[in-house]
Design a protein around this ligand. Structure first.
Ligand SMILES: [Zn+2]
Length: 292
């Protein structure tokens, strides 16, 4: 699932493909829960609009339009935003991934039934696609000045918060720190991968009650979280299942993770086997020796 680093890389690489361009027309798949704004309304509202900027809040992207409206995009679990002409095996669904001949894979992507939103521009340049095989992604058009409950619910962006802020939120919570880190109302942008990695770096067990953490521990945790996220942005994010960059490239952070999805493998610091537990229906991996 794309987390803050993957969404930020998407923003950085997609911005030049959107900003300053005028949308000529859009194509969509049939109306579904993917569209928080019905396709017919999107078609009317987006045609002729120029994209002024592409911003990010937590895991949300916001394309700012020249009439003051904003297009909210969320990648969900398997969302992919990219330009026409790119190719990646991650753009093939299910069985196609393994069976397609290399020359067919190299040919580039052709919009398929999962390509829910296709933006075509008046300059005749590459279209931009939003594809999502599992449809947990979201598209919503926010009229100029309209409030958005989804955005208002979010806590501070994980890259901009500080330890004291996390400490203030954590001390009211009995829940395990892992669950509190995943709560987008506490910190926006954190998901399973970077929560596990940050807890490892900070030496904190995922099940520790949030309210038992000292201010110093919260400071270390936020420092660790920002360090792993910035490093992930630097390496192109984690391409573990479907995540692909807007230019079709894979990220490299999956090769640097120390605990996430490493159950049973030796800790890279002390060789103790990494343990996996389930907290709030999400798996958590940690080192029982390095994390106390
Ligand atoms: Zn260890």
């Amino acid at each position: 699932m794309p987390e803050l680093p993957e969404v930020e890389i998407t923003r950085q690489k997609l911005a030049p493909l959107l900003c300053g361009r005028t949308i000529a027309r859009i194509e969509t798949t049939a109306d579904s829960y993917f569209f928080l704004t019905p396709p017919a309304q999107l078609k009317r509202a987006l045609s002729g609009r120029r994209v002024e900027a592409l911003n990010r809040r937590g895991k949300y992207l916001l394309a700012e339009l020249d009439d003051g409206a904003r297009l909210l995009l969320h990648l969900g679990m398997t969302g992919q935003l990219f330009a026409d002409g790119v190719s990646s095996v991650r753009l093939l669904t299910g069985t196609g991934k393994g069976s397609l001949a290399p020359d067919a894979q190299a040919k580039g992507f052709t919009p398929d039934a999962h390509t829910h939103l296709r933006l075509h521009f008046d300059d005749g340049g590459p279209a931009v696609y939003f594809r999502d095989a599992r449809k947990f992604g979201k598209v919503e058009l926010l009229a100029a000045g309209a409030r958005c409950a989804r955005l208002e619910r979010l806590g501070p962006d994980a890259l901009e918060t500080r330890g004291a802020e996390l400490h203030a939120a954590a001390k009211k919570r009995k829940a395990p720190i892992k669950s509190v880190l995943l709560d987008q109302a506490v910190l926006a942008g954190v998901g399973n991968i970077y929560a596990d990695e940050a807890l490892f770096r900070a030496g904190i067990r995922p099940r520790t009650a949030a309210r038992r953490l000292s201010q110093l521990q919260c400071e270390r945790l936020v420092e660790a979280l920002q360090a792993v996220m910035l490093r992930s942005i630097e390496t192109g994010g984690s391409s573990i299942s479907d995540y692909v960059q807007p230019d079709g490239q894979d990220g490299g952070y999956q090769d640097e993770r120390r605990v996430y999805a490493r159950e049973g493998l030796p800790c890279l610091q002390c060789e103790t086997p990494i343990r996996r537990i389930v907290i709030g229906q999400r798996s958590s991996c940690y080192c029982p020796h390095c994390q106390r």
